[in-house]
Design a protein around this ligand. Sequence first.
Ligand code: C2E
Ligand code: CA
Ligand code: CA
Ligand code: CA
Length: 278
Amino acid sequence: AKDAGRGVYRFYDSDLDKKTRAVSRLQAQMFKSIQKKHFVLHYQPIVETETSKLVGVEALVRWEHPGQGLVGPRTFIPIAESSGLIIVLGEWILKQACRQLKEYQDSGLEHLSVSVNISAVQFNHEKLFEHVAAAIDQSGILPSQLELEITESTLMSTATQVNETLQKLSELGVKLCVDDFGTGYSSLAYLKRFPLNRLKIDRSFIQEVLRNQDDAAITRAIITMAKALRLEVVAEGVETDQQFAFLRNHGCETVQGFFVSRPMPGEKLLQWHQRYCA
Ligand code: C2E
Ligand code: CA
Ligand code: CA
Ligand code: CA
């Protein structure tokens, strides 16, 4: 039995080794890719349900991997977080997103804002505020045109400076959005404690909103609560015209999702906007 135990143990051990090596290799490749600027942001439109007007874009990072083509963030963001690379990568993302927004504004999309995802490690890093302020300054956009998306679990972390960081960002004038709202935590008390501007209803509720009564009830409740708390509300993952109509009819101000558009390279947005609004 002992032998078998060792055998099993050794099997898992070498498996783990393989994983560890793969992660280190990815980390090394990422580090090089950051220096060589092998990352790119795609942008997904956020539109007003009443008017179908384009009001914002969410920046979503992709890795132009030397051998593997375009790699999605779900693969590499966790590795960037655990290795600390998220700090330099995140700094670049903030700058790039603000620069792109300025370009859109100069091309006539004056009332657009840009939403940038901030991971937990990045949010709790001492340089975050500095990086945000620098990105705004260097691009020349208004602070109110930048929105930071922070997940519920990040806001609920035990880190003591969460409230202080939010206050400073809010005083700077940037907008703060709770990403993946409804999936993270059961307490709602933080909604009145923190200076938040917007709730983003998680895609998992929207997916079944027409088939599942509970998802519909939760979605309606989030919209109602957001309004009562004077928060804006956006729904993500809208894939069909029925979902769009449901959200519009229940007073959800803005939506994003494949029904409106998939995320696209920055230079495609102006063309998309001309077609979409024609
Ligand atoms: P998220 O912030 O919840 O972003 C929404 C994800 O849903 C994006 O995937 C987007 O492409 C996808 N999506 C949008 N509309 C639809 C739809 O109608 N249906 C479906 N099925 N999916 C839709 P993506 O780009 O792969 O990003 C995945 C996650 O990676 C993001 O989830 C976010 O947590 C993280 N992420 C992406 N970009 C960044 C970034 O720049 N910084 C950080 N820290 N995290 C990022
Ligand atoms: Ca997001
Ligand atoms: Ca989300
Ligand atoms: Ca989500």
